[in-house]
Design a protein around this ligand. Structure first.
Ligand SMILES: C[S@@+](CC[C@H](N)C(=O)[O-])C[C@H]1O[C@@H](n2cnc3c(N)ncnc32)[C@H](O)[C@@H]1O
Length: 228
């Protein structure tokens, strides 16, 4: 199975912190305050589930979270997390095969799309877009390389990550899909953005066009910071 992190689940967080320090965590932390309970939330590719504890620290109740993870080992670790009074349904599936029971107000995809070929990224994007209600929020975090700039170290690091994860997790991608273009094509409006680890990591909150759907928060801002 492609893009499955079973073999590395037990060591994944340690490894990612070794390479990126706290940047992976901070990038996702920056989006958590944008959730506003009560809300139905879909998290795809949440890994070991530390994000559930981060969310519970800020919002200890009022969230109904569906946690879709392709790796059963990742999912087993996530189940043990303390997510307080939030309701969490763990779904062991590839997002490609998942049928949502209802539309979501928020979708979170932390470091999911960097695994995907361009074709799969497009397919999964369309699927998640259909699951998100009009006016809903997409909280997105992933690796990022500024277009038209000579970011040699970022390209080298990305290449070595792809070599490593191709071996361990059969990651299919060789390059980052152009997610900004996809959000633009589907008419999403960006309402918050932050950069981390020398702009190699980008977090963004996008709002789906259309009316309706409660805003998670009103204090949205475009943030240009980098906590490297
Ligand atoms: C790069 S890891 C990121 C983990 C976590 N979000 C973090 O930031 O620490 C990607 C995660 O996405 C999961 N994944 C990959 N493809 C998936 C798919 N098609 N459906 C659901 N989960 C998937 C992997 O099993 C893995 O846990």
């Amino acid at each position: 199975m492609v893009n499955n992190y079973d073999r590395i689940a037990a060591n994944y967080d340690r490894l990612s912190r070794l390479v990126f320090g706290k940047a992976i965590v901070r990038a996702q932390q920056s989006l958590v305050p944008l959730l506003a309970p009560p809300a139905r939330v879909l998290i795809v590719g949440g890994g070991t589930g530390w994000i559930l504890e981060e969310i519970a620290r800020v919002h200890p109740s009022g969230l109904a979270i569906d946690y879709v993870e392709i790796s059963s080992n990742m999912q087993d670790l996530a189940r043990k997390r303390d997510f307080k009074q939030n309701q969490v349904a763990f779904i062991h599936a590839a997002i490609e095969d998942y049928t949502a029971p209802t539309a979501y107000e928020v979708v979170m995809t932390p470091f999911l799309f960097d695994n995907f070929s361009r074709e799969r990224a497009q397919l999964v994007f369309q699927k998640l877009n259909n699951m998100l209600e009009n006016g809903g929020w997409w909280l997105f975090t992933d690796f990022h390389i500024d277009k038209g700039m000579n970011r040699f170290w970022q390209k080298a690091l990305l290449r070595s990550m792809y070599v490593f994860f191709k071996n361990i997790s059969h990651v299919e991608a060789n390059e980052l899909p152009d997610m900004q273009a996809l959000f633009k094509t589907y008419n999403f409006r960006i309402t918050a953005e932050s950069f981390h680890f020398g702009r190699f990591i980008r977090s963004a909150a996008y709002r789906k066009s259309g009316d309706g759907g409660a805003a998670p928060t009103e204090n949205k801002a475009l943030v240009e910071n980098d906590d490297r």
